[in-house]
Design a protein around this ligand. Structure first.
Ligand code: GLA
Length: 397
């Protein structure tokens, strides 16, 4: 987001709402997960990075009890009172912001009227967390406008509650955490139980590789119901395992050397638990490989993660499998896997920079030939998490 864009958004704010208050600007990125899929709600490890696509929001207090907002992307507006914040069924995109506002109120904070304008470039419905970016942008901007001194991790938790309790999607904490806490040239190693985290340098570009994200352009209606079913199966697996391991409270507590106990579970539960336990291990091993500068080994963990998500956790789909297979066939590609919740959305691949054009051409051509769909291909760098930016002085009328 450059200076001209910020000035343009601030001008829109003033023109549309005649806003007088002191404006502020926030930018929050989407995320892509490198390793650690479907582990966050099992209190395990994840390893996402914030990407260089995000949502920019400008806003100011307006001295009323009304919250007014306008999305430049949707060319749509919304207005609601701080006294009564309920989900909207007609403008569902506003629920992420309504949810954040409702959570601030629930936390006992004196929410005031606001004018907000937003614009973004995170592909929607692609599993790159455009909704988490929206929640995080709203949480950071609204707290800044009210001068509430809030810890960033508290804001992450609040944004997750907006998603879980207000929007009604039972996601884990990874997406909001990555959007808020990411850092340029680093991926975020997060322990989803303690919320301890460490920023790990990503040596991809340095070693001549790019993180390539390829969108299947399919989105299965199944995502939500299957996501909830997987959560349920993971809890059932824990209940079974407790008979032998009474101290455990989640699959996070089960280690690789307890695999024989997992193999003895009813078959589907064994598959689900095997994925989570091996995936947690892949995050730890993958980080060691990265720290040793061993991208070849890191790529092998990506491939293994995909197989595990495909065969054990069963959250892939034919289009994701095809993209992964096509990517893995391109010479020099170190690894590829589905990323995000699954059932559509995107893959990530580690591609040599010198083969980027060849990768784009061959993967697109083959994918188009076999599915009739045109994939979208992005090259993302690890980027800074949410930040407030200097609002230029309001333009004079
Ligand atoms: C979605 C959820 C995350 C996480 C992933 C799977 O993106 O929002 O919390 O569970 O799926 O790893």
């Amino acid at each position: 987001m450059n200076h001209e864009d910020i000035v343009r958004l601030l001008e829109q704010l003033r023109r549309k709402y005649k806003t007088q208050g002191r404006p502020q600007v926030v930018r929050a990125p989407g995320r892509v997960n490198l390793l650690g899929e479907h582990t966050d709600y099992n209190e395990g490890f994840v390893f996402p990075m914030a990407i260089d696509a995000g949502i920019t929001m400008v806003g100011a207090l307006n001295g009323t009890n009304q919250i007014q907002l306008y999305s430049l992307d949707f060319e749509a507006s919304d207005r609601f009172s701080v006294e009564e914040i309920v989900p909207s069924s007609s403008r569902r995109w506003t629920n992420y912001i309504r949810g954040v506002c409702a959570e601030f109120k629930k936390a006992g904070l004196p929410l005031q009227g606001l004018d907000l304008i937003l614009e973004g470039n995170v592909p929607q419905g692609a599993g790159l967390s455009s909704s988490a970016a929206l929640e995080v942008a709203a949480a950071l901007l609204i707290s800044a406008l009210h001068d509430w001194e809030m810890d960033r991790v508290e804001l992450v938790k609040l944004a997750q509650r907006a998603e879980n309790d207000f929007v009604g999607v039972a996601s884990g904490i990874m997406d909001q955490f990555a959007s808020m806490m990411g850092q340029k040239d680093h991926a975020l190693f997060l322990d989803c139980r303690s919320l301890d985290y460490e920023l790990i340098p990503t040596p991809f570009e340095q070693q001549g590789y790019s993180v390539v994200v390829t969108n299947t352009r399919v989105q299965r209606g199944l995502v939500e119901s299957e996501y909830n079913a997987r959560r349920q199966e993971c809890s059932e697996a824990v209940e079974h395992l407790k008979r032998h391991l009474p101290g455990i409270s989640s699959l996070r507590d089960v280690s690789m050397d307890q695999m024989p106990l997992i193999q003895a579970l009813p078959p589907v539960l064994a598959q689900r638990a095997r994925h989570v336990v091996t995936e947690n291990d892949r995050v730890l091993q993958g980080i060691l490989a990265l720290q040793a500068g061993d991208l070849v080994r890191f790529g092998q963990y990506l491939n293994a993660s995909h197989d595990s998500l495909r065969f054990d956790f069963e959250v892939s789909c034919p289009e994701l499998d095809l993209l992964v297979e096509l990517a893995q066939k391109v010479q020099g590609v170190l690894g590829s896997r589905m990323t995000g919740a699954g059932f559509g959305g995107c893959t990530i691949s580690l591609v040599p920079q010198r083969s980027l054009n060849f990768f784009k051409e061959t993967v697109s051509r083959e994918y188009r030939a076999q599915t009739g769909l045109e994939p979208e291909i992005f090259v993302f760098s690890a980027s800074q998490g949410a930040r407030t930016m200097e609002a230029a002085a309001p333009p004079q009328s």
